[in-house]
Structure formats: C-alpha cells, structure tokens
Design a protein around this ligand. Structure first.
Ligand code: HEM
Length: 213
C-alpha cells in the first residue's frame, strides 16, 4: 500500500512539473499556443498571465502538502502559502476572463467559468481562515482549491483519453471543461468527509462568516 501511495505521489509530482513547465512556455517571446486557444478573445494578455501564475500555483501548491515541510519550516510554508494563494487569485481571475470566450462555445464557457469561481472562492476562504488561525477550515479550503488547480493536470489526461471515443475534439473538449475538475472536487469532498481531523487551535471568528461556515 505504501509503495502504491509513493508511486501515486511521485507520478502526480512529475505530472505537475511537466504541465507547469509546459505552461511557462507562454512567457517565451513569440510563443503561441494551440490555434483554437489563441482564438479566445481574451488570449492576449490574459492567457500568459493565467498560464504563468497557474504554473506557480500548481507546482508550489503540491509542495505545501508535504508534512515535513510544514513541521520543519513553518515560515517557508507560510510564505509559500501566500504566494500560492496570490497566484491562485490572479490566475483564477484571468481564467474567469478566458472562460467568457472559449472557441468551444457556451457549454465550455460555463464549465471553465464554474471552475474559476470555485477556485477563487476556495483561495479566498483558505486565506481568511489561515489569517483567523482556524487551521482545520483552512486545510479544507486549501484541499478544495488544489482540487481545481490540479485540473490543469487532469485536463491533459482527459484529452488523450477522449481520442479513444467517437466524439470529435470540440465535443469532448466541452465535456472536459467539467470532467477536468468536478471529479477532483468530489474526490476531495469524500476524503474530507471520511478524514477524522479535528480543530487543533481555538476558533477565532472570521469577520463576515458565521461560525462553522
Ligand atoms: C482555476 C482553475 C483553472 C481554470 C478555471 C482555467 C481556465 C482556463 C481557460 C478558460 C483556458 C482557455 C481555454 C479556451 O480558450 O478554450 C485555459 C487555458 C490554459 N490554462 Fe487554465 N485554468 C485553470 C487552471 C490552470 C492551471 C493551474 C494552469 C497551470 C499549469 C493552467 C494553464 C493553462 C494553459 C497553459 C492554457 C492554454 C492551453 C494550452 O496551452 O493547452 N490553467 N485555462
């Protein structure tokens, strides 16, 4: 079982590095992505901002789950957390703009748009609970946030898998606008419901939030 976990974590880390590295190509002068993506009315400059900060969130976010880092270097964890959440908020806002005009049309727009909204809400909630030192809720929102950020990886797994179906590329892309993040989020919700973590720090109210919200 341990070996399986180790293999899973290593594969996920390598995929994050690979997808993050690919996304950083948008920073290269003259680099242009796939045609149908570049037709997005908001591609310039928002795609570059979205891809670059998305890469930061994807890679940095992964390291934040390493328990040894949190224990041994809490300051690094805090600063990496601030950078992660800032990257999520800027990249998510750019993602929301991109979601308004995908070449795949309104069905894809709603899928990506919902993902952007969930990602933004999770990042803001994770931040607020961290500031309020309510670490149990903070942890839950970070899990939700990363489930959606990890869509960058799962989307790139679904695309080749969709080639095995009869659907044409645009049809499957519309489906993938939902499949890329919804199963991740459902898996995280199941994990959170099954895990027995309890509040470790005394709760302090967050302005504007009802207790337990
Ligand atoms: C909050 C989650 C995310 C949302 C809502 C989102 C949304 C979008 C949207 C709407 C597009 C344009 C699609 C189109 O026009 O058809 C796009 C493209 C792109 N996104 Fe994201 N994205 C998210 C996370 C990420 C992350 C974490 C990365 C980092 C690796 C990333 C990297 C990219 C890249 C590189 C493209 C260009 C497509 C390509 O080259 O394959 N995205 N994203």
């Amino acid at each position: 079982m341990r070996l399986l976990t180790w293999l899973g974590v290593t594969a996920a880390a390598l995929l994050c590095l690979n997808v993050g590295n690919d996304a950083l190509r948008y920073l290269l002068p003259g680099f242009s992505g796939p045609d149908f993506i570049m037709h997005n009315a908001f591609a310039r400059p928002w795609l570059t901002i979205h891809a670059a900060l998305g890469a930061v969130a994807l890679v940095l976010g992964f390291t934040q789950f390493v328990p040894a880092l949190r224990r041994r270097a809490p300051k690094v964890h805090r600063w990496a957390g601030r950078i992660y959440l800032t990257a999520c908020i800027v990249s998510g806002t750019a993602g929301l703009l991109l979601a308004l005009k995908p070449a795949a049309g309104p069905i894809a727009a709603v899928g990506f748009g919902l993902a952007a909204v969930v990602s933004l809400v999770s990042a803001v909630q994770a931040w607020r609970y961290a500031v309020a030192r309510r670490f149990d809720e903070h942890r839950r929102w970070v899990f939700r946030s990363y489930a959606v950020i990890f869509a960058a990886v799962t989307l790139r797994i679904w695309i080749p898998l969709s080639n095995l179906t009869e659907l044409d590329f645009m049809e499957s892309y519309r489906l993938i606008a939902y499949l890329a993040w919804m199963p991740n989020l459902i898996a995280v919700e199941i994990y959170l419901a099954l895990s027995k973590h309890r509040l470790r720090a005394p709760a302090r109210p967050v302005p504007g939030l009802a207790p337990g919200e």
